[in-house]
Design a protein around this ligand. Structure first.
Ligand code: GDP
Length: 295
């Protein structure tokens, strides 16, 4: 089990007590532990390197505050920088454009798109919005069925798409239907693949082009720490992503994927999935995830 980083740094810095400022040498030693903590939290190596050099530059020369031990102080610098990079504040969904607004979900197969679509619909329904769930994964009839089951469970209508239809046509028809019925939020669950695939990207781009989503949310599994970077980078290059949902955060994942994905895409993490249940979707709080990454 991972030893608490604060405790570890405390021992590194014990000999430093009473000194006035943090020197480059002290910091180098501490950064060794910070680097290990980040890698253990599954943060991508390149992201760790950048982070460590940034934090080193910030910490060197700082006065040691009276109220903190040097170890605590380095932790504070590291923690604050993590929070800053993770986005400082929770970012709300943009739902104010012309109604119905479209929220498009994108990500690899199994990342949690269908589940998150339904969770979001439930959350928005609770905020007095009238969502319409739209299954557009025509390659997996089971995915369409899954969304119908979830929609029924949470009392949100599901657009009757059929597997023989083209996903772009489904998206257009769903928006037209929502407009007609006064549903103000269209949540589009799109197809995923096991790996990044140009054909799929072309399809997702075509859907986005056809219905101009206000939000394109990249859904990623928090357990896929290292891979998350490549996948997130590819989706971000191809699609106009507006945010990220990190799923399966209730388990052992230390949350390093959050930092990696935010660093690579620059897009805010908006929600975290905390389980399979429909109410297991939390607004992303950078502060909580930073503490978790640090262990
Ligand atoms: P999709 O292929 O991207 O649509 O992924 P699904 O929504 O079908 O999810 C794949 C699996 O992950 C399902 O068994 C979900 O119940 C599960 N899942 C989704 N989100 C979470 C989460 O936040 N926590 C956990 N533990 N499981 C989740």
């Amino acid at each position: 089990m991972f030893e608490n980083l604060t405790d570890r740094l405390e021992s590194v810095f014990k000999k430093l007590r009473g000194q006035g400022v943090l020197t480059e040498e002290n910091i180098q030693e501490a950064m060794h532990d910070v680097r290990t903590a980040l890698l253990e939290a599954d943060v991508n190596l390149g992201v760790v390197r950048d982070f460590v050099s940034k934090v080193t530059a910030k910490a060197v020369g700082q006065d040691v505050l009276d109220s903190l031990s040097p170890g605590q102080q380095v932790i504070k610098v590291v923690h604050d920088e993590l929070v800053r990079l993770l986005g400082s504040e929770a970012q709300p969904l943009k739902l104010n454009g012309p109604q119905p607004v479209v929220i498009m979900m994108a990500g690899l197969q199994g990342s949690g798109k269908t589940t998150t679509s339904a969770k979001l619909a439930r959350l928005l329904k609770g905020r007095e919005r009238r969502p319409l769930l739209v299954p557009a994964d025509v390659y997996r009839p089971a995915a369409i069925e899954q969304l119908h089951v979830l929609g029924e469970q949470i009392g949100v209508p599901v657009f009757p798409s059929a597997a023989e239809q083209n996903p772009v046509d489904i998206a257009r028809a769903a928006v037209a239907s929502a407009r007609e019925k006064g549903q103000d939020t269209v949540i589009l669950d799109t197809a995923g693949r096991l790996h990044i695939d140009q054909e799929l990207m072309a399809e997702l781009k075509a859907i986005a082009g056809a219905v101009s989503p206000a939000e394109v949310l990249f859904v990623a599994d928090a357990m896929t720490g290292q891979d998350a970077v490549t996948v997130a980078g590819a989706f971000n290059t191809e699609l106009p992503l507006t945010g990220v949902v990190l799923t399966k955060m209730e388990g052992d994942a230390r949350g390093g994927a959050a930092l990696s994905i935010k660093s690579v895409t620059g897009k805010p993490i908006k929600f975290v999935g905390m389980g399979e249940a429909m109410d297991a979707l939390d607004v992303f709080h950078p502060d909580r995830v930073a503490s978790r990454i640090l262990g």
